[in-house]
Design a protein around this ligand. Structure first.
Ligand code: NAX
Length: 327
């Protein structure tokens, strides 16, 4: 049996946490031969509830679950971890401006970035789910100078999966046959879902659909606004689908993306595709041996370029409003 991998999950008492922990412990994320040790973090008020979640984990008798701890101290939660799934964040309260939300979450991700810097393994893979995910990831990265930028990522995978399903339904093909979708930019309503490179069984989706109005007036806004539509229908935000996307993201990062395909990840911009360094931006990436790499040399239309710059502009604004938190 392999030695257990230590995984921290923050916001573990929340609704995404409740969908996520059991799947990690069942082996859905790292494979059914990889034991895991869960290190759960939440705020002091939620620790009694987290205790209930731990009892349920125990009651599943998962063969791969080597141990669980729960704490309100980031330095305890992040000690010796190989994977950090930072889900916990302050929700937008009544009367709260976007700026207030950035500020409240900025404080959380400053502390957590420092704790990762102090106690996590140097090869830790960090996924930020808590919103605003890209800017929170940037803040955590900037507060962890002892780690490399490549250690950090933000979740675009739920948007990516939403796009795959919309396309599969439109062309009447199984979702597994759809490849090479991209979500560029910010995990927000400015994101740019791009199907110009998408394929099914080697055929270009855009040619099969051959309907620019469907793409511009239906596909793009549907993916951009899907989160709000789910909230309206369910009465609370996406949880099981978000947990599933987090599992997909980490699994592909650690175990590799499938051949002849890519995934979307929010990662530190490096100048690729005209996006200067200094934000966490959604890019198409392939993963091998635990390392992600931006897919190079894609042709970008003028329409796409404008959308990619618009979502970049929003990330710059978000970053500039939390400048004082950037380490
Ligand atoms: P919940 O409110 O159910 O749970 C959040 C949990 O985080 C709570 O248990 C809370 O106590 C905890 N928390 C707050 N501050 C913390 C801190 N400083 N340290 C540790 N834990 C802390 O929210 P949930 O539905 O689980 O969503 C969590 C986050 O994911 C939200 O920010 C949400 O906006 C974001 N999402 C991001 C998505 C993405 O694609 N990037 C999609 C789904 C989701 O909306």
């Amino acid at each position: 049996m392999k030695p257990p991998i230590r995984i921290a999950v923050t916001g573990a008492a929340g609704q995404i946490g409740y969908s996520l922990l059991f799947r990690i412990a069942a082996g859905d994320m790292l494979g059914n031969d990889q034991p895991v040790f869960l290190q759960l973090l939440d705020i002091p008020r939620l620790l009694p509830s987290l205790k209930g979640v731990m009892m349920e984990l125990e009651d599943c008798a998962f063969p791969l679950l080597a141990g669980v701890i729960a704490t309100d101290d980031p330095n305890t939660a992040f000690r010796d971890i190989s994977i950090a799934m930072l889900v916990g964040a302050r929700p937008r309260g009544k009367g709260m401006e976007r700026k207030d939300l950035l500020e409240a979450n900025g404080a959380i991700f400053t502390t957590q970035g420092r704790a990762l810097d102090e106690v996590a393994r140097r090869d830790v893979k960090v996924l930020i789910v808590g919103n605003p995910a890209n800017t929170n990831a940037y803040i955590a990265m900037k507060n962890a100078p002892g780690l490399k930028p490549e250690n950090f990522s933000a979740m675009m995978r739920l948007d990516h999966n939403r796009a795959l399903s919309q396309i599969a339904a439109k062309v009447g093909q199984p979702v597994s046959s759809i490849r090479k979708v991209i979500i560029w930019g910010n995990h927000s309503a400015t994101q740019y879902p791009d199907l110009n490179h998408a394929e099914t069984d080697g055929n270009k989706i855009s040619l099969l659909i051959n309907d620019p109005a469907w793409i511009e007036d239906y596909f793009i806004p549907t993916v951009q606004k899907r989160g709000a539509v789910v909230i309206e229908a369910r009465g609370s935000s996406s949880a099981a689908s978000a947990a599933n996307a987090a599992i997909n993201h980490v699994r592909d990062w650690v175990l590799g993306t499938r051949e002849n395909d890519w995934i979307s990840m929010g990662i530190p911009s490096d100048g690729s595709y005209g996006i200067p360094e200094g934000v966490i931006y959604g890019y198409p990436v392939t993963c091998r041996d635990g390392v992600y790499r931006i897919v190079p040399d894609l042709e970008i239309s003028e329409f796409s370029q404008a959308k990619m710059q618009a979502t970049y502009g929003e990330l710059v604004e978000e970053r500039d409003s939390v400048k004082h938190l950037l380490g």
